[in-house]
Design a protein around this ligand. Structure first.
Ligand code: GLC
Length: 404
């Protein structure tokens, strides 16, 4: 019998090519403007919190604008919170009334989002929080066993809805798998994750699933830091642009800078990983200008330097004195975060013959000189950085990059 099932390598290929995605945390919490954990942290009772749904009428929500911004940023996919820990769904659900379709907005934002992404040629990711703070059984399984059971059943039913009603979905991004009092290895049993993910894969055979349902599945998800998994295992670092919360924070005092964000992206790419950068749209559905501007700057940088990021591979030699290296096929890319003022860059440990060295930002060819002790000198470069964020120098080699 010929198996029609795709291998892990086949399913994950597009994801490794993509390298850059946009995360969107948006829901009722945006109205309060104090992050997505506000209900829990400020002890807002569920019925009081639910009143927010009456005010959730995002007049300027435009999924096409989100998708256009993601494209401008150079991202290849998006992941949207279809529901967060507060349980409020941005999609139509038969098993819950606490949704944007059945309350004031009367809109299926997930449907609009999926349609916009497809039109824009972006891959579609769904974030789904398994936990739902409205269920007392989540916090105390012994006192409320029926509620705990209902919580798990709701998750299974809603994941089924998400996997059935919106066509082809590329990523299922679980969160909120942790359960008070349970160890990591007990989590998959509580949520019946094996059964859940088998159902997901039967409905969406090509999907990739993250590691937050208590099972490793397809990729790892380090949060607010960039940390590579072992070679061959896909991974994606997610990060906020502001200082901590993922949902909209009205009084945000600090935003990560463009060079910082580009360096995180390059760090992920250098370890064959992805970077999922988050925005927290405002209650009206628009994205704040501080985030828009940063995404556009990253996009401008990627438009010139994208070949060093998309589909990147690990490069066996480094360039630690100036920045990092990535690779692809027979090319290596030196990412210069700290431009040396003499206009000369030393890269140690390149074994290959170098055919050509080109500054991607300007097209300028560098003079390549091989020195003693395996040092390579890239000379004739300007004294000021041609790219203010990260100047990339492409090294065309005689074969796959090798270190000595
Ligand atoms: C955490 C938080 C959550 C956020 C997520 C993103 O698990 O609980 O608010 O959605 O990280 O990775």
């Amino acid at each position: 019998m010929v198996s029609t099932e795709k291998s892990y390598e086949e399913r994950i290929r597009w994801f490794n090519e993509a390298r850059f995605g946009i995360f969107v945390h948006w829901g009722l919490y945006a109205i309060l403007g104090r992050g997505e954990w506000v209900m829990f942290l400020e002890r807002i009772p569920a019925d009081e919190y639910a009143q927010l749904a009456k005010r959730f009428k995002p007049s300027k929500f435009d999924a096409n604008a989100w998708a256009a911004l993601a494209k401008e940023a150079g991202a290849k996919y998006m992941v949207l919170t279809t529901r967060h820990h507060d349980g409020f769904c941005l999609f139509d659900s038969k098993v819950s009334d606490f949704t944007s379709v059945k309350t004031a907005a009367k809109r299926d934002f997930v449907a609009e989002y999926v349609e916009a992404l497809r039109k824009a040629g972006l891959r579609v990711g769904f974030y789904y929080s398994l936990l739902d703070w409205r269920f007392p059984g989540y916090f105390d399984r012994e006192a409320y066993p029926e509620s705990a059971k209902a919580l798990v059943e709701q998750a299974h039913a809603q994941v089924r809805e998400l996997m059935t009603n919106y066509g082809k979905i590329d990523i299922l991004w679980y969160d909120g798998g942790w359960v008070p009092g349970l160890q990591q290895e007990e989590i998959a049993d509580f949520w019946r994750s094996r059964e859940l993910n088998a159902m997901v894969r039967s409905l969406q055979p090509d999907i990739i699933i993250n590691n937050r349902s208590g099972l490793p599945e397809d990729f790892d998800t380090p949060e607010q830091r960039v940390a590579a998994s072992e070679s061959g295992r896909a991974w994606e670092s997610c990060m906020t642009i502001g200082t901590g919360a993922w949902g909209y924070v009205h009084h945000e005092s600090n935003f990560r800078s463009v060079p910082q964000l580009i360096q995180y992206l390059v760090t992920a790419a250098s370890g064959e990983g992805n970077f999922l950068l988050n925005v927290g749209p405002k209650p009206d559905g628009t994205i704040r200008r501080e985030e828009v501007w940063r995404l556009r700057e990253i996009g401008n940088w990627l438009a010139v330097n994208g070949e060093s990021i998309y589909g990147s591979e690990r490069c066996p030699f480094t360039a630690k004195s100036v920045g990092l290296t990535t690779a692809k096929g027979n090319n290596a890319y030196v990412h210069v975060f700290r431009w040396p003022k003499q206009g000369e860059i030393t890269v140690p440990g390149i074994k290959n013959e170098i055919k050509q060295a080109t500054v991607l930002a300007t097209g300028q060819k560098a003079i390549v000189e091989r020195g003693t002790n395996a040092r390579t000198f890239l000379k004739g470069l300007p004294k000021t950085p041609p790219d203010r964020y990260d100047t990339v120098i492409k090294l065309e080699l005689d074969g796959k990059p090798e270190a000595c």
